[in-house]
Write a protein that binds this ligand. Sequence first.
Ligand code: LMR
Length: 328
Amino acid sequence: MRILISALSVFVLLLTGPAAQAGPIKIKFSHVVAVNTPKGQMAEKFKELVEQRLAGKVEVNVFPNAQLFGDNKVLEALLLGDVQLAAPSLSKFQKYTKSLQLFDLPFLFQNIGAVDRFMATDGSKKLLRSTEKKGLLGLGFLHNGMKQLSASSPLTVPADAAGMKFRIMTSDVLAAQFQAVKASPQKKPFSEVFTLLQTKAIDGQENTWSNIFSKKFFEVQDHITHSDHGYLGYMVVTSTEFWNDLPDNIRGELEKALADAITYGNQVANEKAVSDKKAIMDSGRSTIIELSSEQRAQWVEAMKPVWKKFEDDIGKDLIDAALKANQN
Ligand code: LMR
C-alpha cells in the first residue's frame, strides 16, 4: 500500500510540474508601461527570441499597459502562478526586500554608466536573490533611465516644490525624498497617473523621459525639470517555484533569451532618453527647465538627508559600492 501511495505521489508530482503540461509551457509576462518603451521593447524581444529558439516548447504572451495586473498586484500574481514573468520598477519591491531601496536614494548614481558599473559587481548579483525567501527570484536588471520632475508650475529650486502633491511609486524612500523638500508624496499606481494629473488631483510626478512621453504626461504638465535626480530601473522577476520546476535545458535557453532581450532593452533605454526628451521639446506642450549647477546643488543638498535615514535598512556597504561606481 505504502509503495502504491508513493508511486502515486511521484506520478501526481510529474503531472503538475511545467514539464508535464500538455503542449508548450506558457509564460504570461505582465507589465504596466507602453509597448514603445525600454521595458515594453525588451518584453517583445524576449517573446520573439523564445519563439525562435524554443518553438513549440514555450509560448510567451506579453500583457502591457497594466492590462492584466497593475503595480500593486503583479508580485502577488506571480506567487499565485497567475503570471510567470514581470519586471516591476525597483521601487516596487519594498514589501519583499529592503535592499533594492538603494536605487531610490536621490542623487546616488550620477548617470546610467555608474549604474552599469555597479551592476557588474557581485553586490548586484546578490540583489537578484534578495527576494528569494519570499518566493520571488530576480533574473536580471533592466534600465529605463534617469528620472525627471514634472509639475503644473516651474520647479527650479526645492522651495518651489513645497506644499505640492507629487505622485510616487510605493516606496518609503521616495516618500522621504519629497518630504525633504516639504512636498506631499502620494503613493498611486502608474495606470492612474495621467488622470490624476489631468484632473489636477495631484500637481506633479517624477519619471523618465520615455514614460513621460509614452503616457502623455507632458500633455498635462506645463513644466518638466531636467533633474536626473534618481534612477528608474527594473528587476525581471519570476516565482522561484515556477523557475525551479522548469526542465534544465529550457531554463537555460530562457536565461539566454532574457539576457539578450535585456541587452536590447538597455539600448532602447539609451536611445529613448534622448529621442523622447527631444519629442517632448518639439511638441511645445511642456517647457523643459535646465538647472544651473547652483540650482541643482540646492536639490542635492535638500534631499541628501534621505540617505542617512535609510542607511541601516539598505546597508552601508551597498551604498558605498554604488558611490564607488560613480568614479569612472
Ligand atoms: C512608475 O510607476 O512610475 C514606473 O515604475 C512605471 C514603470 O514600470 O516604468
